[in-house]
Structures are given as structure tokens and as C-alpha cells.
Design a binder for this molecule. Sequence first.
Ligand code: 6GU
Length: 231
Amino acid sequence: MRIDVLSIFPSYFDGLTLSLLGRARGAGILQLQVHDLRDWTSDRHRTVDDTPYGGGAGMVMKPEPWALALDDVTRDSARPTIVFPSPAGERFTQATARDLSTREHLVFGCGRYEGIDERVFDYAAELGEVRLISLGDYVLNGGEVATMAMIEAIGRLVPGVVGNPESLVEESHEDGLLEYPSYTKPSIWRDRAVPEVLLSGNHARIAQWRRDQQIERTRLRRPDLLPDGDA
Ligand code: 6GU
């Protein structure tokens, strides 16, 4: 998988080169390139924003650097998927991560200020499939942190990035339920005992207990995930 990120704060992404994704990059499974959007400006001040037509607070990102950058990073790409993180986008879920993990080429366009000139989205749609995606119903200052979260969620689903594929299956959200609780040694710690069933060696009982825990936690914490949960 190839991932290109366009941002005016490329150093935000330094951490992504570490840990699990860093190793996948080294092995050639994931090819991640972070670009400074200002490299596609041509004025002395490397300007990427301007005042909004119609007035209003804040600045809007100019279309021209975006168009030149998108042209360049999609030049050798058959059908890239171009993601613009936006609080006004569709909700990012594990299903979105699964879907995007099958794409050959992802481009993330990180907006700042009050947004990007709307014509950029129309233009990008001529270069690839455009997705506006939100992490949730709250506002971040820009797309960078959202992009890092999405790349981590997507990247670990790419075959070969996470060592043990079984560890992907038994996780919160993969089966629509929250994860069951986990324990390790010692079996009694500060007067708190590990649930007896987990020490029983009875694998059927353990599997049933874990399932019950998943359902109960989901009912308590995230009833919206259950068939009759509402909200
Ligand atoms: Cl994807 N971007 C921004 N700026 N704010 C957000 C978001 C994205 N998702 C939630 N809040």
C-alpha cells in the first residue's frame, strides 16, 4: 500500500515512522510519504491561505497549491483514494478502516484554518475517489491528528503489518461488541483476584464467560452498538 500525506505541518507525522507502522515501512509493505503543502506554492511567503469570499472569521486554504500537490502525488496512480479529514465528513469506523485497507493508494489532504476552498474537492474527484471523513462529533484544529489516527487504524489491517492476524479478530469493534477484560499474573494482586473461570482450564466456559462480558460491557458503555440499543 502506498500512502501520501499532504500537510503544512509534516513534522506531526514523525511519530508514525516509529513502532509497528515503522517496521512495516522498512519491510516494504507500507510506503508512506509525508509532503509539505507549501512545496507547491510559488510566492516568497509560501502562502497557502487567504480571506473567505463572503466574509467571516478565519482563513480558507487556497486551491492552487492543493491542485498542484494532488496532480503530483497522483501522477503515477491508476485510481487513488483521496481522503480529506473533516468534521463535516462521514463517520470513520472499523468498517471504513477495513474498506480503506484494501486500497492500493491513499492520499490524505490535511486542511487547516477554517477549511479548504470547496473547488478542491470537485477537482480531486477528477483524479480519484474522494472521501470526506470525520473521526467523531468534536472539532480538531486540523486534519493532521485525525489522519494519524486513520493511518494507524488502516495500516494495522494491511496484511503483514500486525504480526499475529488472530489478534486483529478478537478486538473491540471487529465483531460489533467491545472487547472482553484481560488479566495476567499474579492471580491475586493487592487483594484483587482474577475471575476464577479464567484459571479453570475449561475453554468452553472461558469462551462463554468472555462472550457474556462483551455483551454486558457493550450494554453498559455502548448500548448504541447493540441491535435494540437506539442512539
Ligand atoms: Cl477528521 N478533522 C477535524 N478538523 N476535526 C475533526 C475531525 C477531523 N474529526 C473529528 N473532528
